[in-house]
Design a protein around this ligand. Structure first.
Ligand SMILES: [Zn+2]
Length: 67
């Protein structure tokens, strides 16, 4: 069981937990590689999850619609 972080309702025992990502932050991944004895750095950009919330099915559907 879990508590919905939007309506604060405690879930039913068989209710599925829905996770919604509410915040992400950009992140740079630095990869080093060698070519002909020289070191190179390759930076790729991505993002990582900063915050996600637990939602009941009803709130999850509502939040998705409002996106
Ligand atoms: Zn809810």
């Amino acid at each position: 069981m879990f508590k919905c972080e939007r309506c604060n309702k405690i879930s039913e025992p068989n209710e599925k937990l829905n996770k919604l990502i509410t915040k992400t932050r950009p992140r740079e991944y630095v990869n080093k590689y060698y070519k002909k004895g020289q070191e190179y750095t390759k930076v790729t950009e991505g993002f990582e999850i900063e915050k996600e919330i637990n939602l009941c099915s009803k709130c999850y559907e509502e939040m998705k619609e409002n996106e």
